[in-house]
Design a protein around this ligand. Structure first.
Ligand SMILES: [Zn+2]
Length: 244
């Protein structure tokens, strides 16, 4: 069960449990690397094909792959935010704080295993100490949108402004089942812009799509990128023929 915003902000025991699991899970999270899809999208942006990359992921892997113009719709798991003063700190710094406050928990390396989550359930979370904001004493929360929490309005407006400038929308590897993402496909379709999707299964926007590719995202995007690179190279070669 995912933690809701209401449970996290309203209940200290929920926060202790969340951060204790996060302390151990973070080591795995920190090891994730960008894949072929991330790389292909970064290349499309480098070639001037992307107005903005709007992602529902919270792992920062698009930026790690080289994408620059990214809107993290649901925030970033590698940042922690103070709900009182809005100060943001790197999650890696907060990891050190958590370890310093909970030395016995930081030694639980054995739990970093496939069945680690099950093993964790046997632990007493009430002994886990959660530091407050060092600046104001406020409540710290991962800088991601929790269930029961809205995407910040300015973030939605920024995405809509980019959508206005774009001539099409490409959905990659999302079923768009969550409304916060689906609404942009609907807005694009309403504005008369073509919407395409690459996804292995069905999407909530299937009847809005101009083009649907049912397939592996990395393979599809790598093929599309290669094709686009050939096309942009063609006029150059003709120029050279003329020059010769
Ligand atoms: Zn604060």
């Amino acid at each position: 069960m995912p933690v809701t915003f209401q449970a996290f902000t309203g209940d200290a025991a929920t926060r202790s449990r969340y951060w204790a699991r996060s302390l151990i899970g973070w080591r795995r999270f920190g090891r994730a690397q960008p894949n072929g899809t991330h790389a292909a999208l970064a290349e499309l942006e480098a070639n001037g094909r992307i107005e903005v990359l709007l992602t529902q992921n919270v792992d920062g892997l698009h930026q790690a792959a080289g994408s620059r113009n990214v809107i993290d719709l649901h925030g970033r798991l590698d940042r922690v935010r103070c709900l009182s003063c809005e100060r943001r700190i790197p999650r890696a710094d907060f990891q050190r704080e958590l370890e310093q406050c909970n030395p016995s928990w930081s030694e639980l390396d054995a739990l970093d295993a496939p069945d680690g989550d099950a093993d964790l359930e046997a632990l007493d979370f009430s002994t886990f100490a959660v530091p407050d904001c060092a600046a104001c004493g406020g409540l710290l929360k991962p800088d991601v949108v929790f269930f029961g929490e809205n995407v910040p309005g300015d973030r939605v407006e920024r995405a809509i402004a980019h959508l206005d400038r774009a001539d099409a929308m490409l959905v990659v590897g999302s079923s768009l089942m969550v409304y916060s993402g689906f609404r942009f496909a609907r807005a694009a379709a309403r504005a008369g812009k073509p919407v395409a999707a690459v996804n292995l299964g069905r999407t909530r926007a299937d009847d809005l799509l101009t083009l649907k590719v049912t397939g592996d995202c990395a393979a599809t995007l790598e093929a599309a990128t290669a094709l686009l690179n050939c096309r942009t190279a063609l006029p150059l070669s003709r120029l050279r023929e003329r020059a010769g």
